[in-house]
Design a protein around this ligand. Sequence first.
Ligand code: CO
Length: 180
Amino acid sequence: MSLLPLKFYGQPVLRKPAQAINKITPEIKELAAAMLETMNNAHGVGLAAPQVGHPLQLIVMNVGDEDHVLINPKIVRKTGKMTYNEGCLSLPGIFLETQRYGHVVVKARNLKGENVVLEGTDLLGICLQHEIDHLNGVLFVDRVEDRKEVEKSLKKLSSELQKNMWPEIPEPVRETAEAL
Ligand code: CO
């Protein structure tokens, strides 16, 4: 078991653009495996490397089908619109209706260095958009239209984090949706 400590809202690495990965080293493979473990342990369905303190373009996901590890993922096509009640392991306890594209096509590399294309609607599509946002320093709350609700939620979370009420992800964080 190698669980990684999660970075929470307010930590600068979550706002930093992640660097592209040029070489898939044993360290990158280890990081991906540890991220999958950390995500599953926290009952998340997606996790991006900045959320565990690494500003690298690496995401892992499992939306109930299989484990996905994507390196340098890019959205190459986006169509339609949908809203989803999103959460995030880095913003525990916050779930808000978030505006997203309905369908996305993503190009990336897998751990073998092969080019892969992933197409997603519903939760997979949401997850892809949410995790790729993390690589650009964007958090789901940035995309929520109800700014008053965001402000209120973030204020509450910030004070809880300051009091260190969330030393670990509570079990489970997902009351109304999966955390990404
Ligand atoms: Co997230």
